[in-house]
Design a binder for this molecule. Structure first.
Ligand code: HEC
Ligand code: HEC
Ligand code: HEC
Ligand code: HEC
Ligand code: HEC
Ligand code: HEC
Ligand code: HEC
Ligand code: HEC
Ligand code: HEC
Ligand code: HEC
Length: 489
């Protein structure tokens, strides 16, 4: 009888410390999280989780005072300097210079973690940290949560960089008030949340920033939940709980509305209505009358200005092309800045805060798609590096290239599985093939348009899903075939 109690007790006494020791051991590898011994980071991860992975470049030598940082970077990354100039940091009585966040020594730069911001913004930092007490889900623990997930370690590193891009809300403070403007009014807008919380109804149809109705609902969702919104921003448990209750209610309403919208848009398609023109590929140099006025309008008045704005492109390029961009930081900020932006400016370095469609694809009035891979990587690197450090861009594209290679492998695998299929249901196979191509294209758009949502949800796992469906179908049809070959008497 005594043994019945004592033995389990001893086992428990041994197991608990052993468990702790195991967790401690597994977190003690070269990387982070529960599986720290089983993975290594992709270089770009330094930008998402600087405390653990960032390493300074050593391409520039010297120790500089703040004014010198600004002077040199005016030429190197004019976008950053403009944003900083327009920020409260530059305008406050005691100027907050580049080196206050990045350090003076250019060979030992650091990227500011929440602790660095906390040196001056104790209140916000403490509120942010305070969320730890309430466990998951929370912004402050988001990075931990992502790297502790089993599927984070199981997959090739390049494929899951999008996880840490969203979950970096824990490891840097520019998720809602973006660098280098650090504008509190930007953070108050609902759009500030959607790169990661991609639109409540997830409008996967072809609208750019949603129709008027969806926008209404989005705002309703947002204002309904101002409590949760602010609480999430800077940690207030009671507010979060109340907000969550309201959020659940308004999400239900939105869901209904979204379904109706989806049906409407399908009906529209069925009726054969489409805004896409018949052809005339201006890219290929086949300019016609239609080609020019499609972007420049019917008359010369403000004809360049019209062509610079996103709406001109999204009128034709709907669906994933526009949606991937509209859920990116670029798409969001471009929209928020629209009224402030001087659209008379040509699409050149230093003239825009974030790039719109034309800024990237028709940079400097170049009508031959400046983002096309055929133009060579230098062209797009130069364009992006008007606002980001060249190294940042190199790492983003290097990671993107690896991600695309993975997506390419999945596509090839799917194609060859389909080719080996035995049944003759061409329609079904062609649908699966289309789906593969569509999802691979989503990965391309996720990378090209910097949308973690498209790299991940609409991209890589969607491709994995395609492969599962293909294999499943092959199994089914081979079963059916063997049943047909050996019919039961
Ligand atoms: C003489 C010119 C010059 C000065 C002065 C200068 N920088 Fe830079 N900085 C550069 C160049 C060039 C790069 C791009 C390096 C690369 O891509 O390898 C860069 C890159 C950076 C980066 C990005 C690093 C990365 O990993 O992407 C940061 C941050 C930065 N500088 C901050 C500063 C700060 C802070 C100062 C002042 C203490 C400063 N810079 C002064 C030229 C300069
Ligand atoms: C060296 C001190 C210092 C550091 C470091 C610092 N800030 Fe500030 N910050 C200030 C000052 C000073 C102001 C202006 C306050 C004022 O004018 O009332 C300010 C203002 C702000 C504002 C308000 C802007 C507005 O529109 O009202 C935000 C947001 C902000 N900082 C975010 C950050 C973030 C995020 C970081 C870290 C990446 C950071 N700050 C790092 C000193 C600092
Ligand atoms: C587009 C942005 C985005 C991407 C990409 C993303 N996440 Fe998340 N993740 C979120 C958001 C937002 C939530 C909170 C969901 C909610 O509460 O509605 C979340 C929730 C989670 C949770 C549950 C958190 C909790 O505490 O309950 C885990 C675990 C997680 N993500 C891991 C990952 C991993 C691993 C990846 C990559 C394979 C990934 N996420 C990719 C944005 C993202
Ligand atoms: C850079 C990406 C990112 C941005 C921007 C972002 N979030 Fe989150 N948010 C996340 C992730 C990731 C999680 C899941 C955290 C986890 O793993 O536990 C999350 C979780 C949450 C939660 C659940 C946490 C809780 O305390 O219950 C709320 C609410 C939330 N976010 C609200 C917001 C609001 C409001 C905004 C805009 C002001 C916003 N988020 C902006 C990434 C983001
Ligand atoms: C989830 C989004 C989100 C994140 C992450 C976030 N903030 Fe904020 N921040 C906001 C919002 C929203 C406001 C405006 C709050 C208001 O109006 O009451 C704000 C305002 C501020 C202000 C200006 C306050 C004022 O009264 O002018 C500072 C400073 C600031 N945040 C610093 C930080 C720091 C430091 C971090 C990182 C520890 C951080 N924020 C992370 C959303 C965020
Ligand atoms: C006209 C200026 C400008 C150009 C050109 C530009 N960007 Fe950006 N980009 C920004 C700004 C501003 C942000 C918001 C930064 C933040 O979130 O704090 C941003 C955000 C990003 C982000 C998300 C950063 C984060 O921390 O969430 C990535 C990735 C990115 N840009 C990559 C690129 C690439 C790749 C290109 C070229 C194809 C490019 N950018 C061109 C201004 C620009
Ligand atoms: C009148 C309709 C129309 C307008 C306006 C328009 N496009 Fe297009 N675009 C097309 C068509 C049609 C194609 C051919 C490829 C296709 O069918 O998707 C194309 C091709 C492209 C491609 C190459 C895609 C590929 O598959 O190689 C890019 C990039 C592009 N457009 C960007 C833009 C940008 C940026 C704008 C706004 C300045 C714009 N387009 C405005 C109709 C339009
Ligand atoms: C930050 C720069 C940037 C912005 C802003 C941007 N794009 Fe792109 N876009 C790219 C890059 C990079 C690619 C990938 C090109 C590649 O590698 O084939 C791409 C891909 C595309 C493609 C597909 C090309 C293909 O080969 O299938 C189309 C179409 C397109 N963009 C149109 C748009 C439209 C319309 C907008 C605005 C809603 C827009 N882009 C905004 C950089 C940008
Ligand atoms: C896909 C959209 C698109 C099409 C089609 C297009 N353009 Fe443009 N065009 C632009 C954009 C965007 C600019 C602004 C470039 C800048 O600001 O650097 C521009 C600028 C110009 C300019 C310089 C205007 C100025 O005020 O600086 C001329 C001239 C021009 N385009 C002529 C044409 C002609 C002629 C055609 C037909 C053969 C044509 N464009 C077709 C988008 C387009
Ligand atoms: C208030 C703090 C703060 C100040 C001041 C500041 N930065 Fe930053 N900077 C950031 C944050 C936050 C990031 C994003 C870090 C990350 O991605 O992990 C960043 C990233 C960068 C990057 C790399 C990312 C990219 O988009 O290229 C460069 C380059 C850079 N800053 C240059 C500068 C220069 C030059 C100045 C002065 C004009 C400056 N910074 C002032 C906070 C600051």
């Amino acid at each position: 009888m005594r043994n019945r109690i004592i033995i389990p007790l001893i086992i428990a006494l041994l197991a608990v410390p052993a468990g702790f020791a195991y967790v401690h051991w597994s977190k003690g590898g070269t990387c982070t999280g529960l599986y720290s011994r089983y993975w290594s980071p992709d270089p770009v991860q330094g930008y998402w989780d600087p405390d653990n992975f960032y390493q300074s470049p050593d391409s520039v030598q010297g120790i500089f005072a703040g004014k010198l940082c600004v002077q040199c970077h005016e030429g190197i990354t004019p976008g950053i300097v403009n944003d900083w100039r327009a920020s409260r940091h530059a305008q406050s009585e005691e100027t907050v210079y580049c080196n206050d966040c990045h350090g003076n020594n250019h060979q030992q730069l650091h990227l500011p973690t929440p602790d660095v911001c906390g040196n001056c913004h104790t209140k916000q930092h403490d509120e942010f940290r305070d969320e730890t007490r309430y466990g998951f889900p929370s912004h402050v623990l988001a990075m931990e949560r992502a790297v502790d997930a089993k599927h984070f370690v199981d997959k090739p590193k390049a494929e899951v960089q999008s996880c840490v891009q969203c979950h970096s809300v824990a490891t840097k403070c520019d998720s809602c008030h973006s660098r280098h403007r650090f504008d509190a009014t930007e953070a108050r807008r609902p759009e500030a949340c959607i790169t990661c919380h991609s639109g409540p109804p997830h409008p996967d149809d072809e609208t750019y920033f949603a129709s008027a109705i969806e926008r209404d609902y989005f705002e309703m969702w947002y204002f309904d939940n101002l409590g949760a919104y602010k609480s999430a921003a800077h940690g207030n448990p009671a507010g979060v709980e109340a907000g969550h209750r309201k959020m659940a209610a308004s999400l239900d309403r939105i869901e209904t509305q979204a379904n109706e919208l989806r049906e409407l848009s399908q009906a529209k398609k069925k009726a054969g209505f489409t805004t896409k023109p018949a052809g005339d590929l201006w890219m290929k140099g086949a300019y016609t009358d239609i080609g020019c006025h499609s972007c420049h309008g019917e008359n010369h008045k403000e004809s360049a200005i019209k062509a610079r704005k996103d709406q001109i492109c999204t009128g034709c390029h709907e669906g994933s092309v526009s949606h991937s961009y509209s859920t990116s930081k670029h798409g969001i900020i471009t929209r928020l800045e629209e009224a402030r932006q001087d659209w008379r400016q040509p699409l050149q370095r230093g003239n825009y805060r974030t790039p719109g469609c034309s800024y990237c694809h028709l940079h400097n009035g170049d009508h031959g798609d400046t983002m096309a891979p055929g133009r060579g990587p230098e062209v797009r690197h130069w364009i992006c590096a008007g606002c980001h450090s060249p190294r940042y861009i190199r790492e983003q594209f290097a990671n993107g290239k690896r991600q695309l290679e993975i997506a390419g492998l999945k596509l090839t695998e799917g194609e060859s599985l389909i080719a080996s299929a035995v049944d003759d249901q061409a329609d079904a196979w062609s649908k699966l093939r289309q789906s593969l191509n569509h999802h691979r294209h989503n990965v391309l758009l996720g990378i090209g348009h910097q949308s973690p949502d498209y790299q991940w949800w609409h991209g890589q796992p969607a491709l994995d899903g395609d492969l599962i469906r293909i294999r499943d179908r092959i199994l089914q049809s081979s079963r059916r075939k063997s049943l047909a070959d050996n019919p039961e008497e």
